[in-house]
Design a protein around this ligand. Sequence first.
Ligand SMILES: [Zn+2]
Length: 468
Amino acid sequence: MQIKLSFFGGAHNVTGSQYLLEANNIRLLVDCGLYQEREFQYRNWEPFLFPPHSLDAVLLTHAHVDHCGLIPKLVREGFRGRIYCTTATSEIAQIMLMDSAHLQEEDAEFKKRRHEREKRRGLFPEIPLYTVDDARASFPFFSPVNYEEIVPLGEGVKASFHDAGHVLGSSVIVVTVTQDGESRTILFSGDVGRVNRPILRDPTVFSQVDYLVVESTYGDRIHEALESVTDSLAEIINSTWKKGGNIVVPTFALQRSQVILYHMNELLMENRIPHLLVFLDSPLAISITEVFKRHSELFDREMSRLMRYKKSPFDFPGLKMVQTVDESKALNHIKGTVMILAGSGMCTGGRIKHHLVTNISRRESTILFVGYQAIGTLGRQIVDGAKRVRILGQYYPVRARIAETHGLSAHADRNELFQWISNLKSAPRRVFLVHGEPEAIKQFGQFLRENTGWEITMPDYRAEISLA
Ligand SMILES: [Zn+2]
């Protein structure tokens, strides 16, 4: 067999996923992600490690920008093939890419002004990595497919997409290569979701593959149980209600916002919390929620039942969608307890900053963090216990209650990843661990070796490996 697999991103780090598969004179790129870690962002500006026009197709696992965020650049630089992904991924990815392009444009403008003021030059050019027009120009190349459909990619090469249970439309992608009557299957996990989670179905399991390329984001961690998440959510809402403060939730637009609404709906139906107004104050999250509403065929059984009985978590009494900035600012004048969900999830920008200004110094309010806070972000400073923080150029004392829940992750933890892999009835020829911090990959690799005896490879950035 002559198959080559190259690891051009998401190798010993968690963003910038990009894998090149070459076989039968066909070149496929699996994911085309943006680097988000500060130390690797320079790679976003480097030329692709292959001529973009030489690719036959791109296969996208899902719509998070660390998996699809470089698509506009790829198309601008000459890619003209098809971008295969599920319909929901195609819809959400286009929303995410427009948002990303807006941020790139704003960022470039901001840096230009700052550098002019400080009379210096920055590390990267003061132009956007890509523009809104670049993002829009990539949309005609999207070719939606259904789960389980066989997608022919050329002589002896085909792919299929299977529900990964991570975010709406997310996929595990299996590529099958046939040469001289022999076949090999290569499975790309994308990000693996979790069993028994709200809204989405469980990740699809596989009993046989030849090569496994699997993520390791939480390969060294075990998540909090889901029951304790609803309990702590109920406790936070009830105690903040008693004090008369607000609950301010910095949240991510894709999946996390919808899952919080799901739990709010659940707590309201069970009468475990008072009927309070809940504001989804994020145009991005609202647009993505609309995609959820259009794709009820992707929901799990519990969620389908809620929809059937008109108990949609995206439509409960008291839920308000906030589109304009003026409406958003008006929320600060409401008396009594409300819950405000706004982006960005790590408080690095967006409308959340205004809500923090209004609430962070009020003892009666709660700031509830529902996701990972990266080092160096305002969110991280707050959860680390800063006594005062700088928001929009001014300092504010932190007096609000700071709460965190860790059980809402959309990624499988170490045990869940192992459970998922354990469905394989025989050892793959080789397992490649990708998409994880070096320490997570190392620990997960050791754990897998000890528990399976399989051959585990932890490929370096730019590693090019021949598959037999
Ligand atoms: Zn993801």
